[in-house]
Design a protein around this ligand. Structure first.
Ligand code: G3H
Ligand code: ZN
Length: 283
């Protein structure tokens, strides 16, 4: 059994000055690709299911999280299970209800859309309840650009406010806005590495980078050296996986069984994950 608590995975990485890859699960094939890619690279990984993915599956996170738990349990390396970007209060309740059953190790309370005081209030309350269940809690301050159409790569987290936010909420990790932007399909983002260093110097919990699909390998390595301890990737898998799916379908227009194209898509996503894991491991 290698289901691992997120907090342990991140703490072990932090002790080595490294970062844990956390990769978005949309379908079962994503989860399989993520575990296989990490296994090939010989590293740990976090399977993360976002609120958007939960909505895609009809609103209940349980089936997909149970699948993640089963894959984690069968993996040869440590695999964590995380619920990502949760804004909906009902989903937070549901997560707390099934956390033990689905092996959930952590949750990201995403109240960054609220003003500072409301973000603190909502995050602190959810963190207190999550901690009572043994969950590790990530939160966000300073919207990471690009989410929900708010494309704002210029957004930055203020170090003083970040330290105050962590003290006021008691969270275990903080997602910071340092130049990345969600849903980028090319690795063209330039991170503010100096800001990551300044944040790491004053924020007493691990820092999380979102929108990492848009960051080139060298940028990821610099970010880890500057203090990033969890690296969230989603879109890069879909870029590769959907391209492979499209090519496989185009090659056989009369095909009925979807398994061939899905196998090609899963293999392409696995390559992306293996490369990510190796990049972070060598940073
Ligand atoms: O929380 C998930 C990530 O921030 C994924 O971002 O899809 O742009 O890689 P990405
Ligand atoms: Zn994100």
């Amino acid at each position: 059994m290698t289901l691992a608590p997120t907090g342990v995975l991140v703490a072990e990485a932090a002790a080595r000055g490294a970062a844990v890859p956390a990769v978005n699960v949309v379908t079962l094939e994503h989860a399989e690709a993520i575990v296989r890619g990490a296994t090939r690279a010989g590293t740990g990984v976090i399977l993360q299911v976002s609120e958007n993915a939960v909505l895609f599956h009809g609103g209940d996170p349980r089936p997909l999280l149970l699948a993640c738990r089963a894959l984690a349990a069968a993996a040869s390396g440590p695999v964590g299970v995380h619920l990502d970007h949760v804004q909906d209060a009902a989903l937070i309740e549901r997560a707390f209800e099934i956390a033990g059953e689905v092996g959930l190790g952590s949750i990201m309370i995403d109240a960054a859309r609220l003003d500072y005081a409301a973000n603190v209030r909502e995050t602190a309350d959810a963190a207190r309840r999550a901690h009572a269940l043994g969950l590790w809690v990530e939160a966000e301050l300073g919207e990471v650009g690009g989410k929900d159409g708010a494309h704002a790569p210029g957004v930055r987290t203020d170090p003083g406010q970040a330290a105050a936010f962590v003290a006021a909420t008691g969270v275990d990790a903080l997602a910071v806005a340092v130049g990345s932007s969600h849903a980028m399909t090319e690795p063209s983002a330039s991170l503010d590495t100096r800001l990551i260093e300044r944040l790491a110097a004053v924020v007493p919990v691990p820092l999380v980078l979102h929108g990492s699909s848009g960051v080139p390998d060298a940028g990821l390595a610099s970010a880890v050296r500057a203090g990033i301890r969890k690296v969230n990737v989603g879109t890069a898998l879909n870029v590769a996986g959907t391209a492979a799916l499209r090519a496989a379908l185009a090659a056989e227009p009369a095909l009925v069984d979807p398994r061939g194209p899905l196998r090609a898509s899963r293999a392409a996503m696995e390559e992306v994950v293996e490369h990510l894991c190796r990049t972070l491991a060598s940073a």
